[in-house]
Design a protein around this ligand. Structure first.
Ligand SMILES: [Zn+2]
Length: 308
């Protein structure tokens, strides 16, 4: 069966090219490869071919105000317009009005329904002991999706054994902030570890949220440095994936990093990049609501084509 790797990057929108937009500057060959040669700015030229889709997605969901991660991610991972359901943008944690969608209609569950006997879905991020030890663990949108779908959360041991990936790619935060003994790894190493998990599952999700943190200036890291790491990570992924069997999908929940004049989210559209066999299923995607239905349809079609 064919596989899909979903790389979710938090807080990356498509803004106009200008001095305030770090995505408009610098040489990032993997970014260009993924976008079919275009800069990650607005307007992004739409492209579609047998193995590639490049589109802008609306992240405002028809609701006033600044998009937030709680409702944006819940929409992205369920296909339900969760901002509309709540009546406003809400985040970063999931709003109670979105719990039913997250607990019963999430992407992992949709994929599991195709092949209930094995473990078709994986969440590749590692979580530190502090997350598991917290007396009242605060579920994010993604951890809530995992809990309700019985997708295991990967641990420090898995990270050390290279069976999981640190959200920051290098595990620097694990060493310096959390004071944990984890060997350094390069963004290219992280890509290799992620592909190993991807090869064992129909759907693998990886969540990178430093992009949003840098946009909020909550971590002391220059946008160019972070984008360089992300480019090396994506570059290695692209060399490891075979578009006949693999699909790499990258998108975001809302804008932020693309406008360094302030530290807030934006109402800009977000990019959708699809590279691989599933690309034709995304040609009609216009909004965050369209991502999970297209993934489910693509994987259903490939499950029917290769039963068992
Ligand atoms: Zn944010």
């Amino acid at each position: 069966m064919r596989r899909l790797l979903f790389v979710f990057v938090d807080g990356v929108g498509l803004g106009p090219a200008g001095p305030e937009n770090p995505l408009a500057h610098g040489s990032r060959p993997a970014f260009r490869q993924l976008s079919g040669g275009a800069a990650w700015t607005r307007p992004l030229p739409t492209r579609q071919s047998a193995h590639r889709v490049v589109r802008s997605l609306d992240a405002t969901l028809g609701v006033d105000g600044l998009p937030q991660s709680g409702t944006g991610q819940a929409t992205l991972f369920t296909g339900v317009n969760c901002a509309e359901r709540v009546g406003r943008h809400f985040g970063p944690f999931p709003h109670s009005a979105t719990h039913a969608a997250l607990d019963h209609r999430n992407l992992f569950q949709r994929v599991q329904a195709l092949s209930p006997t094995s473990a078709p879905a994986a969440f590749a991020n590692a979580f530190p002991p502090q997350f598991f030890e917290a007396s009242s663990r605060r579920e994010t949108v993604t951890t809530r999706c995992c809990t309700s779908a019985d997708v295991s959360l990967r641990t420090l041991d898995a990270l050390r054994a290279r069976r999981a990936v640190a959200a920051d790619l290098t595990a620097r935060g694990w060493r310096e902030t959390l004071q944990l003994d984890v060997a350094p790894r390069t963004p290219a190493d992280a890509a290799e570890h992620l592909v190993a998990t991807h090869r064992a599952h129909t759907l693998t999700l990886f969540e990178h949220f430093q992009t949003d943190k840098v946009g909020h200036r909550r971590i002391d890291l220059a946008p160019d440095v972070l984008l360089g790491r992300l480019d090396r990570f994506l570059g290695r992924l692209l060399t490891l994936l075979d578009p006949a069997h693999d699909t790499l999908l990258l998108t975001s929940d809302h804008g932020n990093l693309e406008d360094t004049r302030h530290t807030q989210h934006t109402r800009n559209p977000v990019p959708l990049f699809v590279y691989g066999w599933a690309a034709p299923y995304f040609t009609h995607a216009r909004s965050l609501t369209d991502v999970t239905p297209a993934i489910a349809t693509a994987l259903e079609a490939t499950a029917r084509a290769t039963p068992g």
